[in-house]
Design a protein around this ligand. Sequence first.
Ligand code: FES
Length: 653
Amino acid sequence: AQDPLVIFTPSGKRGRVPAGTPVLSAARQLGVDLDSVCGGRGICSKCQITPSYGDFPKHGVTVREDALTEWNAVEARYDRVRGLKKGRRLGCQATIQADVVIDVPPESQVHRQVVRKEATVRDIVMDAATRLYYVEVAEPDMHEPSGDFERLAAALEEQWNIKDIQADLTLLAKLQKALRKGDWKVTVAVFADHHGGPSRITEIWPGLHEGGLFGLAIDLGSTTIAAHLCDLDTGAVIASAGVMNPQIRFGEDLMSRVSYVMMNPGGEVEMTAAVREALNTLATEIAGEGKIDPALIVETVIVCNPVMHHLLLGLDPVELGQAPFALTSSSSLTLPSRELELHAINPRAQTYILPCIAGHVGADCAAVALSEEPEKSKDLVLIVDVGTNAELLLGNTERVLACSSPTGPAFEGAQISSGQRAAPGAIERIRIDPVTKEPRFRVIGCDLWSDEDGFDAATAQTGISGICGSGIIEAVAEMRMAGLLDASGLIGSAAQTGTERCFAEGRTHSYLIHDATAEGGPRITVTVGDIRAIQLAKAALYAGARLLMDEMGAETVDRVVLAGAFGAHISPKHAMVLGMIPDVPLDKVVTAGNAAGTGARIALCNRAARARIETQVREITKVETAIAPRFQEHFVAASAIPHASDPFPNLAT
Ligand code: FES
């Protein structure tokens, strides 16, 4: 008789195996992705599968009830102690007797896809650099004088085919106790980098370790530091947290931090210490929030701009402040986290820092590219990551270009007279009636518009304190649409605009949005100075985009992706009315959330993604805005609202 036929779903992989083959072995033979930490010893339960019975005309088989062996003692015990879901079997225990169809549920796949929670999160295929292995180690013997580590290494090679394993002194110091406590059975966390270098043992536990492994994906920005705590087995985000970058006290923006180093030799040492301390605080906080032991954090991935990159690594950033903007090193880095003094996490944790693209275009932009994949786009896509510096990527399957543009902090509400960071109490949305010129607005922390019932009560707790970045963009765009503002950025007088809300301030006029003085709050106005700051920022952004389009030989783009925490809050229509982004149909402008953070998560969960981005950054053409003569020309023309000469046909519709 023929050997039984086994068909795995959802992969569709099939083949014949001798009767009596365990499902786990059949999966391995046929290249089916079925997980195992204990190597088939019936204790980790990672190998769970679901057999199906009955007729399967699609597959041309009939599966009998006895296609797999009955529960054995190991499965029965597992079910008694831990409980097996109905219909589930342990793949390492059940053996194949006859033709069978076997489903591998997502949680039993090593390379499972991470479920998308939000539309903006890319599918991530799990393939973490650190994995758990359960091993049985030979006991020492008077006649065989090898060390415990050598016997552990031999067991890893024999049972898991892991060769040339390495471990540092702090791990060796724990080794003997763990082996004896676990009665020569231990779980080790092994880090294997994406270049095939020697694997390292990060941690060891007696017996089977069931507490999981975690990693941090960190987006180290000049203003804020945001992190996701991810489960390295499932890819799930367990907790997210953010802190302010403490380097702000040395300078609000990057160039002022570089100047701080120029004026205060050795200043980079202080800034490095400050940011590393903040990372430790963040790690402790996020582990607390995720209710995990921080020592279970065995990997971090960090993305940041070039100046933050140098200041984190303890490198002098002065060269980044002047042409030709040479980086100390642009390559990716894999290094022990303790070299960055990340003491709050596992002492043997590894850190991966994405490669920088150029002296002005950092690992954060590389992370955006990893997340948004412009190189796979058939149409020409412009990706804009808006922050204190804007990073821009323009490309399609043929070519990808990148540049950064110094937008300054106006888009984040800084340098705006009534500006503030996006926090409760900040006006984030504004509409101005084109006839009455009266504003209505929405405040962060309250879902109601200012003219809706219940608005006052709902905002009473926070009060209205200012206007944030997305609010000021909408305010300026709405003022332009309501005829309160001309293309050059001047606000009309009360007589010209027909509203008393436009009032004289010195030789220019301002527009009153809300007077909260009665409640002890501020008068929230938009001044000509505010408009000027927004014009400078948006002109820098647009000029950067145009420079990339020139280089690409493109008059228009097909699609715009707004990335960054702030990008998520910009209204596409208002961004275009302002002339922040080139003209495209409005439905072709999408927001991508924190794409740099998503890129960091992808690199954390998938080793191959690290290799991919390292190759890709070499293929991205860098365009330097600071020395391009046309940048200035584009900048001047883009100062008008929306633009002095470029047409915006999609605004007419
Ligand atoms: Fe660990 Fe089956 S492989 S229980």
